[in-house]
Ligand binder design. Structure first.
Ligand code: ADP
Ligand code: MG
Length: 535
């Protein structure tokens, strides 16, 4: 029977996405109830004179109920907050095979399950559902007869599961599509099976590999981390020193080394990076952690915020990995609570602390921690945004490189494609540049442009006219035949004031000559006294 809460959860999820699994769960429920009733009647019947078929009926019924129970497990709506628990995957696999009973006349299941007692730690229903989806795909991949082999074993750190089938296989180019929501090659497929599989395996810090040969079959290889022996944390009695009546601050300072040891034991990933972070960003994580907890227990919020901001800047500036920061701060929070517990344990022998005081402390400490994280992340993001903005400006400048040749002559070589955004940028930069420098000639070299849409051509013509209006000669060079054809087709004609030259070099000869004649230093000119031809 479903409780009211169950029902609410079902409906809530159905609103989001009525997946096949959820519908199956509904059906299973519907079927299970009458079956349970039938089971009761059979029991009653047995008490009257025996009938040989009654036993058979009862055992079949029990099988049906067990199957339904399993189906309910794998098709339960995804409970996002499903608790983590120890799971023996091999045992679950055995259970799942029973759901495919109706297939064994055509598909043989070969099991090679070793290390069956090795537990992992995870969300049981989610994992069962993932394995069910993989098995289901394997069965569906085998059109007629075939074999599915399932292997399970453990290594030092992981368990390995292989699900191999002798089915149709997957073409290499389709492999990368696996896991994409709604990708399916089946007429009545949902394309949600592997999406669920991938997300659950990743959520459990696992890995998944697929190997497939079209016409021969497919193998899914899954690795999941074994359960470690660290118990789910209760309170921890630390081996700390305590001087009667001392404040938390002094207690923390006195036991600084214990604090560090616990931090390092807890922050497994950061531990390996501590030296690298120190080297790259000159950030001493350990001494910063001490600083942070002292700010917190002292309630020095303003100082802590400016400290958080400083850290945010460094973290952004040196591109340090955010995940490490997160792990580190979370560890600091946990270890600080371990210390507060131990302080309370020793301290309350003298002074009875009450619940109210505890919750007051909880608020204060967690508020400070949250403030630290907020300010750290806000600063980090601001800093990164600024960086991105300045890089964007740099790219913009590079995409419109106005190069001065003489005080009067500039050249703008354009390469690549010009879309509307870039055309607008060019217009803006060129007009401003002419306005600022009052140059007399701007050579636009288009030899690096192979095509231009007519709307962009129009925009460019507008710019050339605008330049002329400002008293700057517009010289266009290097028009490629393709572009010229586009100009002809679009019916655009060049204004008389716009000068065109076949190549950039021809334009340089003409305009540099003109502007350098006064200095008698023209490398191109035939009429200058100091005639120097380019070598
Ligand atoms: P669905 O089963 O609803 O199509 P899935 O996400 O479970 O959705 O699978 C997506 C697609 O991946 C399938 O349609 C199929 O083309 C391919 N696929 C998955 N598993 C196998 C397999 N074992 N053998 C061959 N193809 C597979
Ligand atoms: Mg599927």
């Amino acid at each position: 029977m479903s409780t009211k809460d169950d029902k609410e959860i079902n409906e809530f999820h159905l609103n989001q996405l009525a997946s096949v699994g959820q519908i199956a769960a509904g059906i299973a429920h519907e079927v299970k109830n009458p079956l349970t009733a039938v089971k009761g009647f059979l029991q009653l019947l047995k008490e009257s004179p025996a009938d040989e078929y009654l036993d058979i009926a009862q055992s079949e019924l029990n099988n049906a109920l067990a199957t339904l129970e399993n189906l309910l497990h794998v098709s339960k709506p995804d409970a996002e907050d499903e608790p983590y628990q120890p799971i023996k995957v091999a045992v679950e696999l055995e259970v799942l095979f029973t759901l495919f009973q109706d297939q064994i006349y055509r598909v043989e299941i070969q099991r090679n399950l070793r290390d069956t007692e090795t537990p992992i730690y995870g969300k049981k229903n989610q994992l069962k559902k993932a394995l069910f989806n993989l098995l289901k795909n394997a069965f569906e991949a085998i059109p007629q007869k075939g074999t599915i082999s399932v292997e399970h074993y453990a290594t030092d750190e992981e368990i390995h599961i292989y699900i191999r089938d002798t089915g149709v296989g997957i073409p290499p180019e389709k492999l990368k599509m696996l896991g994409t929501p709604f990708y399916t090659t089946k007429p009545d497929g949902t394309g949600m099976g592997l999406t669920q599989v991938f997300s659950v395996i990743y959520e459990h810090q696992g890995k998944i590999d697929v190997h497939s040969v079209p016409g021969e079959g497919t193998a899914f290889h899954i690795r999941l981390p074994k359960m470690t022996n660290t118990p789910t944390r209760g309170v921890i009695n630390l081996n700390v020193e305590y001087a009667p009546g001392e404040e938390i601050r002094h207690f923390l300072l006195r036991n600084q080394d214990v604090f560090e040891k616990r931090l390092l034991a807890e922050a497994v990933n950061v531990k390996e990076k501590i030296h690298e972070i120190q080297r790259v960003g000159n950030i001493d994580l350990l001494s910063n952690a001490h600083k942070l907890v002292l700010y917190i227990v002292d309630g020095r919020e303003h100082e802590m915020i400016s400290f958080a901001r400083k850290e945010g800047v460094s973290w952004a500036k040196y591109s340090l990995t955010l995940a490490f920061k997160l792990e580190w701060v979370q560890t600091v929070r946990r270890v600080l609570w371990d210390f507060l517990y131990n302080y309370d344990r020793l301290h309350s022998i003298e002074t009875q602390s009450n619940r109210e005081q505890f919750f007051e402390l909880e608020r204060r400490i967690n508020h400070m921690m949250d403030q630290f994280l907020n300010h750290f992340f806000i600063t980090y993001t601001e800093c990164k945004d600024q960086l991105i903005q300045s890089q964007r400006e740099m790219v913009n400048n590079l995409s419109v490189p106005i190069i001065p040749l003489t005080p009067n002559v500039c050249i703008l070589p354009l390469i690549g494609t010009i879309d509307e955004e870039r055309a607008a940028l060019i217009e803006e930069k060129v007009i401003n540049h002419i306005g600022d420098t009052r140059i007399e000639v701007l050579i636009l070299d288009l030899s690096g442009i192979s095509s231009m849409e007519s709307s962009i051509l129009n925009q460019l013509m507008g710019l050339l006219n605008g330049m002329t209006m400002m008293g700057c000669k517009a010289v266009v060079t290097g028009l490629r035949p393709e572009v010229v054809k586009q100009i002809i087709r679009s019916g655009i004609s060049f204004e008389k004031s716009i000068i065109t030259k076949g190549t950039l070099q021809q334009a340089l000869v003409d305009f540099l000559h003109e502007s350098r004649r006064q200095t008698s230093d023209c490398p191109f000119c035939c009429t200058c006294t100091n005639r120097r031809l380019p070598t």
